[in-house]
Ligand binder design. Sequence first.
Ligand code: ATP
Ligand code: MG
Length: 253
Amino acid sequence: MSMTEQRSTSALLYLSGVTVSFDGFKALNNLSLLVEPGEMRAIIGPNGAGKTTMMDVVTGKTRPDEGEVVFDGKADLTKLDEADIATLGIGRKFQKPTVFENHTVRDNLLLALAGLRSWYKLLLAAPTKAENNRLDEILSIIRMEPQQHMLAARLSHGQKQWLEIGMLLAQDPKLLLVDEPVAGMTDVETETTAQVLREINKTHSVVVVEHDMSFVRALGVKVTVLHEGSMLAEGTLDQVSADPRVVEVYLGR
Ligand SMILES: Nc1ncnc2c1ncn2[C@@H]1O[C@H](COP(=O)(O)OP(=O)(O)OP(=O)(O)O)[C@@H](O)[C@H]1O
Ligand SMILES: [Mg+2]
């Protein structure tokens, strides 16, 4: 087995030489990225760097023109569709919350836990003991026990984001992809979101894209800087912030 094969099989997520072109413009340009099992990775980079496109490639929404994308050491994600990739255990939270407004927080989590196809059954049968225990756990992780019986429509923007993170967690993916979770949040909500993701990272691997540097600092994890579709720098937030090339792309905006 070559060194490259060893790296791709021990990683949870392995991207190598990934290129995505839109009418000749390279949104991703020979991007390589490796996330270890159990890791939480923060991805930063200026607008248009390719962060969301990277998540689109991992979830099968966008097919790369070139490159390898391997999940859990075996699945070639470039050959699978979005539904298959979700089934493998990659869950994604988009920026805009998509909770069910006319249901309570707890019922939203129950629907996510049981799978949306079971909606009809859920209306007829009470949750099991195991389901209720898991709901209590998730409510505790997202810090929403006090709001569990509120209609989702009445939640603040930040609370809706946490509920959606909880709904993602309910599906128990091996890897959670979270794109700009703290956009539009207050400073206090941002700090809480960092704590929630750190708690989730005790049991799940996470890749989180964010512009908010105080949030990234609070995560305290390895940071990857994307720029023009490629990896520009990687390391602690202090290391990458001190990298002249990173300073250049942020100041040069
Ligand atoms: N479907 C598409 N068709 C054409 N161009 C696209 C498409 N999707 C993304 N792009 C372009 O690819 C580049 C990377 O976009 P992407 O959304 O991945 O950046 P990003 O790093 O997530 O930026 P932001 O921080 O603003 O969310 C941008 O220049 C964008 O305009
Ligand atoms: Mg984006």
